[in-house]
Write a new protein. Structure first.
Length: 194
């Protein structure tokens, strides 16, 4: 009798564990609809330059029942685009991002502050120029639904954040008075993994 009770308890625990893991859904970042954008100071307050990274890959996991999830994204640093070829070349040179030595930037984080089943924040770490530092994001909007054209379940978000580029060893222009703050505007979409 005791053996049967023990086996029943083990089975119940296994069922609960399986159920918990079954709620985690993985989404593959869609590189055609994901472009981290940013704003930086130019000319010591003369203007604000905006750019983006054109190549991004990664995964997002989401468990709405447990109000949890993760972000794991890799950015091709050489895909930076300011809409100005000479500036692109300078930013990717050893003076700044040094993409020959540091070809990628990564962001790994945890989704949090869920409201109505959707995350409103990411607590994470950015690795840029070989340096890893905390960078947190605010999620302005988050939605999951079947894509209107492909019918594949897709999640999309708009997120913002800031960091100091000199903290990552990318301080070019600081001696000229350029502000070191980088403002992030991130658009991301991910398709449910098969």
């Amino acid at each position: 009798m005791k053996k049967n009770v023990f086996l029943l308890a083990v089975f119940a625990f296994a069922s609960l564990s399986t159920g918990a893991f079954a709620d985690v859904v993985t989404y593959n970042v869609d590189p055609d609809h994901t472009h981290p954008e940013f704003e930086v100071d130019h000319g010591n307050g003369m203007s604000v330059w905006r750019g983006l990274f054109k190549k991004t890959t990664g995964t997002i996991t989401l468990d709405t029942a447990a109000s949890s999830g993760t972000v794991d994204v890799t950015i091709d640093a050489s895909s930076i685009d300011f809409g100005h070829d000479k500036l692109n070349a300078h930013v990717t040179s050893p003076d700044m991002l040094d993409v020959a030595k540091y070809p990628t930037a990564t962001y790994k984080g945890t989704l949090g502050a869920f409201q109505n089943g959707a995350p409103t924040a990411v607590s994470g770490e950015l690795t840029l120029h070989g340096v890893t530092k905390p960078v947190n994001l605010h999620i302005n909007s988050f939605k999951c639904a079947p894509n209107a054209l492909t019918k594949i379940e897709t999640c999309g978000a708009d997120a913002t954040g800031t960091f100091n580029r000199s903290d990552f060893g990318v301080s070019y222009g600081a001696q000229l008075g350029f502000k070191q703050e980088v403002v992030l505007h991130i658009q991301v979409e991910g398709k449910k993994a098969p």
